[in-house]
Write a protein that binds this ligand. Sequence first.
Ligand SMILES: [Zn+2]
Length: 352
Amino acid sequence: MVAQHSPSHPNPNAQNAWPVYGHRWAVRNLARALAAPGGTRQAYLFLGPRQVGKSTLVRAFATALFCTGEAKPCGHCRSCTLMAHGSHSDYHTVAPMDGGDPPKIDRITGKLYQEQAENLVADAWLRPFEGAHKLFHIQDAQRATTDRFLNLLLKTVEEPPESTIICITALDRESVLPTIVSRCQVFDLQPLDHPTITQALVEGWNVPHEQAALLARLSAGRLGWAVEQAQRPAMWQERQTRLEQLWALLRADRNERLALSEQMAGRSTQLYAMLELWAVWWRDVMLVQAGGADACCNTDFRPELERQAQALRPEQVRDYIRTMRRVEQSLRTNVNARLALDVMLLRLPHLT
Ligand SMILES: [Zn+2]
């Protein structure tokens, strides 16, 4: 049974006063800035893969910033309580409504996100309600692209009102305007190591150790992903079904492969989950072929990994990993999903 914590509210006593697992250097740096009079910057940029902990860190930073207790964040004062309940009136956040998961931006939710982001930044000039500061968090800034928004954002990070701290999160440096990057203190968050994720899942979310260790290996260093999966009881069954589907496809003919393509196109969330799973699987097959089986993620399916590693040539696996990367890139840049999927399924190696 998994406790009902969200990634933003792990057991605060588990690691340190900040409710954040890992990213210790970033926590230390931010805590030090808060402790020094006038030590905080007004614009921060947090970069890193999806669900690696960027937003959790921003929320923890905001909690410490607003806290009126002694050791910040104290977890007990009015501000800490409001932050824990997600109802602090000086913490404002805007995120794409689809959670940023599907590779394509839906036109309607995409437009709404832009509008909300624009309104949020325009509000930077209003006074805080509770204390001395307001904190604005723009999530997935790589997806906010209108000129109006970028101009507003640039103007705000160039001359921010004294009471406002703006935190921007994005996937990587290239996806944010260089003029914005140069005005922010940048935190490049790295994937967490397996022991940190395992420990976090066990202590913060009561996941059994063996399951936690497997999730940590599958997570590619993203605690948020691991927590999300641990909280979905159907996750293990879905994973097994998807992997079995992949194994069956290796023996399927052209028509069977195209039938799956037709079925999956348009279901972008599921498609994306499948892509992630397959990418890890093929990396594992490659590792077994290279004699690195100990570093595999899908350790619970070791016999099948060994079978495929033996049956396929290393260059077939390498080529296919390259194909998958290209397909994923095309899906992100709005190429016809059906066409990209056809390519991905038809180029799957054949097992006899
Ligand atoms: Zn407090």
